[in-house]
Design a protein around this ligand. Structure first.
Ligand code: 5AD
Length: 434
């Protein structure tokens, strides 16, 4: 049978990127970047904020027009919005052919078969009670230098603002042999750097093993040169994990550690389970062990009854820690979360103003951090052709900064080389091979 071609538009987190690649493999389909020629179009959606969730729905409407020229075209929705609204989506969008939640990916061949054979009209798969959540590995283009491996599905934390426990279910940790096998397969296909992903990766545990044990085992994988992981949860940063990071030469000098707010009062309202003192203490321990560790974080502005004082504490924190990158968002009320039932929320215009102040300040800090790289020699893993200029190559430093390098031939792709940083901009660096 001829392979079908699939176009997937992916929104949201790395887990969604990974799931899109799993869909391609599950379907044994040919991925395409051209929706006009695709046999199947899937919108893999994100529900984390209202805006993301609207974007997904309007994308489906846009692609529906292609059905005029290609009546056999199948258009489906997967991901967190699919899980959240389920049947309602089919009702609201008569042209939508199927709905598939994040845990249903192994079922997608059956869904497509059902539609093609007209056995089942408009299937929906949003069951949470499934055992094969890790069954399908992601598609990985031969020679691609970086890849992802999921080590965990779902989340057991109960952060008051967050929809993820609803859309991705409770935490399921993947057995270590499966993680190692998938890693080895990706390395065979050319991956040199793998990012291990989960909602709270460092809470991973399985068969008596903890996250720090897993890191130690991953280090042993031949041909794997760099290890990253995301997202970590502050309360689950243990001293053993820090030791493991320090002693494992493959782990990159980078940690994403969402703090969400600088105020204990707001952290409590968010049910984050740690205090700002705990967070700062962990950062201190991490910096003591790994002095050149690059840090990034997530911040939500305007949650609960955040007042000027709470906001100032968040500003104080970003000024104190000087994160390399901060991802900051205005709080968005999500259906079914504890936050939805909370009475007071910050007015939109006040939240917008605070967000603006924070982002402007962080922009300065990020640039300052980038400028600090000038003249330094960095190890850069070359990933491919530069996005800005097809004659240049780009890669990343261990600290996860993008470096564009001129006059470098493509034989360097996949190699870690020494690069001198000669220019620093807001979002990237320029370097030369030495
Ligand atoms: N509103 C705004 N931001 C949110 N995040 C999660 N839920 C919400 C919400 N309801 C942010 C958090 C999280 C990141 C992935 O998205 O900062 O760490």
């Amino acid at each position: 049978m001829k392979k079908e071609s699939v176009f997937i538009e992916t929104y949201g987190c790395q887990m969604n990127e990974y799931d899109s690649d799993r869909i391609i493999n599950a379907l044994n389909a040919i991925p395409t970047n051209e929706p006009n020629n695709a046999d199947i179009i899937i919108i893999n959606t994100c529900a984390i904020r209202e805006k993301a969730d609207h974007k997904a729905v309007s994308a489906i409407g846009r692609y529906n027009k292609l059905k005029k020229d290609n009546p056999n075209l199948i258009i489906g929705m997967s991901g967190c919005v699919a899980q959240l609204y389920g049947k309602k989506l089919l009702k609201d969008m008569p042209y939508l052919d199927f709905v598939l939640g994040p845990r249903g990916i192994p079922q997608i061949p059956k869904i497509i078969n059902n539609i093609r054979s007209e056995e089942k009209n408009r299937p929906i798969e949003t069951s949470m009670d499934v055992e094969d959540v890790f069954d399908i590995s992601p598609y990985h283009q031969e020679g691609k230098v970086v890849g992802f491996v999921s080590i965990q599905q779902g989340c057991n934390k109960k952060c008051a603002y967050c929809i993820v426990p609803t859309t991705r279910g409770s935490e399921i940790n993947r057995p270590m042999p499966e993680i190692i096998n998938e890693s080895q397969d990706l390395v065979k296909k050319g991956a040199r750097e793998l990012t291990y992903i989960g909602q709270t990766v460092n809470s991973w545990k399985h068969d008596g093993l903890r996250f720090f044990n897993l890191l130690d085992y991953l280090q042993e994988i031949d041909g794997l040169e760099r290890i990253r992981f995301t997202t970590s949860f502050p309360k689950d940063i243990t001293k053993k994990m820090i030791d493991s990071m320090k002693n494992n030469s493959k782990i990159c000098n980078q940690l994403h550690l969402p703090v969400q707010s600088g105020s204990n009062r707001i952290l409590r309202q968010m049910s984050r389970t740690y205090t700002i003192e705990w967070y700062r203490d962990r950062i201190e321990l991490l910096k003591e062990a790994i002095p050149d560790l690059a840090l990034s974080t997530d911040i939500i502005i305007g949650f609960g009854n955040e007042d000027e004082n709470d906001f100032q504490m968040t500003m104080d924190l970003i000024n104190l820690i000087e994160f390399d990158t901060v991802y900051s968002f205005k709080y968005s009320i999500r259906p079914g979360t504890p936050g939805e039932k909370m009475k007071s929320h910050v007015p939109d215009n006040v939240a917008s103003e605070r967000l603006h102040i924070l982002q402007a300040r962080q922009k300065e800090i990020t640039l300052k951090k980038n400028l600090e790289c000038l003249g330094k020699i960095e190890n850069v893993l070359i990933e491919g052709f530069s996005k800005q200029n097809q004659n240049d190559l780009f890669g990343r430093t261990s600290t996860n900064k993008v470096v564009n390098i001129k006059n470098l031939d493509e034989s360097h792709i996949g190699k870690i080389i020494n690069v001198k940083i000669i220019e620093a901009m807001q979002n990237s660096l320029i370097g030369e091979k030495i």
